[in-house]
Design a protein around this ligand. Structure first.
Ligand code: C2G
Length: 132
């Protein structure tokens, strides 16, 4: 069967059902899913500090049946090169990023999928620390 390669990017901290549903939907758009996982250093650039470090977040992603390959996301600029290097057909992100990566349409299909409501790594962190 011809490979139809999908790519998505993110921090995937405190892995939760919103992440899983995004990855599941992304995989169904093709038959091979690559995840560009934000490194701890790039998270700092995104002004995000993740609860779990890169290696743990990578280990969790690799255990998900929908994920075929995890690569490090080190900067904003690498997406175009990743898409070309991996012959990506579809770039997918949650719709909180709607419009932000439309320039990649020059290289592959760009899709934004609805986020899963009422869950986020930040909300989980707050609940765990403040009990609310
Ligand atoms: N997501 C979702 N529903 C949620 C939470 C997250 O669909 N309730 C999706 C996001 O839209 C994103 C993916 O899950 O597509 C990963 O979310 P984050 O780890 O928060 O990703 P982010 O920090 O936005 O990094 O270059 C792109 C950035 O690396 C994206």
């Amino acid at each position: 069967m011809k490979k139809k390669i999908v790519i998505t990017y993110g921090t995937f901290d405190l892995l939760h059902v919103g992440h899983i549903r995004l990855l599941k939907r992304a995989k169904t758009l093709g038959n091979y899913l690559i995840v560009g996982l934000s490194t701890d250093e790039f998270n700092a650039e995104k002004h995000k500090s993740s609860f779990m470090g890169y290696e743990l977040r990578k280990e969790l992603l690799q255990a998900i049946r929908y994920v075929d390959l995890v690569i490090p996301e080190k900067n904003w600029e690498q997406k175009r090169d990743d898409i070309r290097q991996h012959n990506v057909d579809i770039f997918v992100m949650g719709d909180d990023w709607k419009g932000k990566f439309d320039s990649l349409q020059e290289y592959c299909k760009v899709l934004y999928l609805p986020r899963t409501q009422d869950i986020s790594s930040t909300a989980i962190k707050n609940k765990v620390t403040n009990g609310k």
